[in-house]
Write a protein that binds this ligand. Structure first.
Ligand code: XCC
Ligand code: SF4
Length: 634
């Protein structure tokens, strides 16, 4: 492998000390990481501003981002058309990712109901009942399987329905839904919305940025209140709704004297099956005979967060640390399924003889070994991987260097749990959330979520932003790679209340929660939607989500999925800030629409900032503005 050329100091690349240590080791080992390529491969400035179009072979057409209205494309497309279409396709792709993931969960659920899949069960009957009730499905005196079959049939409409409204809009606060209906952005079905988005962004179709933006919102809402929410609900039904659990994160969770298996990706079924395999006495025995003290199952990225939230399985790190974990030399096997899997993981794994396996038919990597997970016989796949990992353990031939750091925290805060913890309802019980917002102990609620990105110092903006927010009495809820950054920094422990403002600290101490609540993986952003919907329904904080003193942020985002998430939060009424880059041309009508225009229609709005203190300032200003409008400006 080519030696990395530049010598940027690891501490300028990431604040994660384990990753720093592994960057240094990779350099000594002559192993190239994605950080090195990010340095070498500068982003195209025109592409970064979304000022180019390659939707047909009359182009590609490049605009001038510093003088955006100077030129139009060969077909006459304006900068607003071009940037809006590009944005729309990002939303379509992100929505497709989450909804296809949700579809896979739904298929698994169907197999369980029909009895063709027997290794997974309906575990959380309570959640099934709640989901059924929210869909107006009768539960009294009915068999679990009957209720489940009805839930399945209803949720399938999220995807396949061609007219009407997706079923889960039943959970949207009335006034928010009214706004969507007025704007014509209630999703019909995810497949239809994604298809229409792709159609309307093709050459010569929709060339009115405002009209396009409506379809962008409708598509994104089919993700948030559709595919992602289905994924969360079904995963909870099958694997259990999370409740607070003590967790460990960071590379120190790898064990030199054990067989280390990392599961990285997004669908929880593989990890659930892997939990069964690694606990099997026969495989434990095999590991012991190979000289191992045990089999150490560890997650990464969102797969890891699903099982961290549900079962407290240790987590080795977020997106920017996946290669670095391999550099320890301690990983005996890494399995990957879908999403956020860098193609070079295969290569880096090869440098350390780590067994690297793709497991999903829809995500193979050229040259990588593929052992498919078949839900009808999941242990066949996971047993085989464990056996391969044990064999790699036995034949370890690389020096091992495991960073010592282990972060601790309490995670697994489903919205159901938050509701329960704060008094059985968001208001009217014991010190509930809404009351504490109204009396000013809690200034507002912020979702800090999303990826890490080698274009910005790993974890830095996540951690600094969250510190600013809690210091200012804003309760933080988290999903995705962001919460791993905060867990590593120790901010997800109840003790972190010491870093919060006096009001928030008092609430955290009374209830016994951290000021930063980890809610799960990225599809679990739907839990945040449910929480804000609950806040509206509880009363006292306005009539629509747009009235709430809440804000969202993805400070180090990188994936198209993040744009889809951002757009569904904005369309739901939340002010949402993205950090470091924003994929549009500034000083355009489309920018004005996203940053100001949507809010005037009763939706939320986008914000952008380059550093975490500015992100915090924007979010606090918005929260204060909403408090003022509600007359609770204390
Ligand atoms: Fe991927 Fe979900 Fe982003 Fe992390 S936060 S880099 S999308 S793993 Ni989802
Ligand atoms: Fe150029 Fe128009 Fe074709 Fe885009 S669609 S590449 S702007 S000619």
């Amino acid at each position: 492998m080519a030696k990395p050329k530049q010598i940027i100091r690891p501490e300028d690349i990431t604040i994660c000390e384990s990753t720093q240590q592994m960057i240094s080791k990779a350099r000594r080992d002559g192993v190239e990481l994605f950080f090195d390529r990010a340095e070498e491969l500068k982003p195209c400035p025109i592409g970064a501003d979304s000022a180019c179009c390659k939707h047909c072979s009359m182009g590609p057409c490049r605009m001038n981002p510093t003088d955006p209205y100077k030129r139009v494309g060969v077909c006459g497309a304006s900068i607003d058309t071009i940037a809006t279409r590009n944005f729309g396709r990002m939303v379509a792709a992100g929505t497709a990712a989450h909804t296809d993931h949700g579809m896979a969960m739904l298929e698994l659920f169907r197999g369980v109901i029909e009895g063709t899949i027997t290794d997974f069960q309906i575990k959380d009957h309570l959640k099934l009942g709640e989901v059924a009730a929210s869909l107006d499905i009768e539960t009294d005196g009915r068999e679990i399987k009957e209720i489940a079959a009805d839930v399945y049939r209803e949720l399938e409409k999220t995807y396949t329905q061609v007219e009407g409204e997706i079923p889960l809009v039943k959970r949207v606060p009335a006034k928010t839904l009214e706004t969507w209906r007025r704007e014509g952005i209630v999703p019909r079905g995810a497949m239809r919305e994604i298809m229409e988005m792709m159609h309307r962004t093709a050459i010569g179709v929709d060339q009115d940025y405002e009209n396009l933006t409506k379809q962008i919102s409708r598509t994104a809402l089919a993700d948030g209140w559709g595919g992602s929410m289905v994924s969360t609900d079904i995963s909870d039904i099958l694997f259990g709704t999370p409740s607070p659990v003590e967790i460990t994160v960071d590379m120190g969770v790898l064990k030199e004297d054990q067989v280390n298996i990392i599961v990285h990706g997004h669908e929880p079924n593989l990890l659930e099956a892997m939990m069964v395999s690694t606990a099997a006495p026969s495989l434990q025995q095999m590991a012991a005979e190979a000289g191992a003290k045990g089999i150490n199952l560890v997650g990464m990225c969102c797969s890891g967060l699903e099982v961290l939230s549900r079962h407290g399985i240790p987590h080795a790190g977020n997106f920017s640390s996946t290669e670095a974990a391999l550099v320890t030399g301690a990983v005996d096997a890494m399995t990957v399924d879908i999403q956020c899997i860098k193609q070079d993981l295969h290569k880096v794994a090869g440098c350390y003889d780590t067994v690297f396996v793709t497991t999903n038919y829809r995500a193979k990597i050229e040259g990588a070994q593929h052992i498919e997970l078949d839900e009808h016989d999941p242990l066949k796949c996971t047993d085989e991987i464990v056996i391969k990992a044990i064999s790699r353990f036995k034949n370890r031939s690389h020096p091992i260097e495991i960073p010592r750091r282990v972060g601790r925290g309490v995670h697994g805060f489903s919205h159901e749990y938050i509701k329960y913890m704060l008094g059985g309802s968001f208001r009217g019980g014991y010190e509930p959330l809404n009351d504490n917002i109204i009396n000013g102990r809690i200034r507002g609620v912020a979702g800090v979520v999303g990826c890490t990105n080698p274009r910005s110092k790993q974890d830095f903006s996540h951690v600094e932003l969250v510190k600013e927010l809690i210091k200012n009495d804003v309760l933080v809820v988290q999903t995705g790679c962001s919460q791993v950054a905060l867990a590593k920094a120790g901010l997800t422990t109840p003790g972190a209340a010491a870093l919060a403002g006096a009001g928030l600290a008092e609430v955290c101490e009374t209830v016994g929660i951290p000021p930063v609540l980890g809610l799960g993986s990225c599809v679990d952003n739907s839990r945040i939607l449910m929480a804000v919907a609950e806040m509206v329904k509880t009363g006292g904080l306005g009539e629509s989500i747009a009235d709430l003193p809440v804000a969202g942020c993805a400070p180090e985002w990188m994936s198209e999925k993040a744009i889809a998430i951002g757009q569904y939060f904005v369309a739901s009424g939340v002010f949402t800030v993205f950090g470091h880059t924003f994929p549009i041309t500034r000083e355009t009508k489309f920018e004005k629409l996203l940053f100001e225009g949507l809010a005037s229609k009763g939706l939320g709005s986008w914000g952008f900032a380059d550093d975490p203190y500015e992100m915090a300032r924007l979010m606090l200003a918005h929260i204060d503005k909403k408090r003022q409008a509600l007359g609770i400006d204390t």
